[in-house]
Design a protein around this ligand. Sequence first.
Ligand code: ZN
Length: 209
Amino acid sequence: MIVAGIHGGYEWNTIALADELMAYFQQYPQKIPSGVTLYILRSLNPDGRARSQGAAGRANENGVDINRNFPAFWQADWPREGCWSYMPISAGRTPASEPETKALMNFLRAHSIEALISYHSAGLGIFPGGKEPDPASIHLAEAVASVSAYPYPPINTGCMYNGQLTDWVSLEGIPAVDIELTNHQDTDFEQNLEILSVFLNWEGFNQGG
Ligand SMILES: [Zn+2]
């Protein structure tokens, strides 16, 4: 599964990438190996996307950063200094308080998802899921990194990331990575086609049983 737009309009180019990928796979469905189903969620935070293409587009309609709201190492607050602090933003009242969070959790559990990419922007690289990165997610990150120019290991900003989608997914036993596009405009389409050719044929799918 691919999830784009968790950070709404602030990272609108991840949604543009998802749209390009959907158009591509509709034109070339044979690029998806038989026996593999690819789900693309193009815009997890449509309210943020509609509000702004800048920093004001990051949160959902409740002012919540959806990628701080998952029930994985959730914290009500975190240090902002030197980290993302362009707008007031929260982790939600409780873990999984937000409708977007709940909808995606329900979908993942109902569809036996075997691996997940969450797209972000910009520039920090490829992050395996897990607070202490989960071995299967590291394996997936290495496979993706082998065909991309995105930094891996990712750039360490020293910032705290709590309640993240990929951390929750890895706690569910599903390999997951965050991939940050190079900037806030480009979709890096060709590079991500390479990444998806690795992702869709990844041998790690069969490891967890
Ligand atoms: Zn992001």
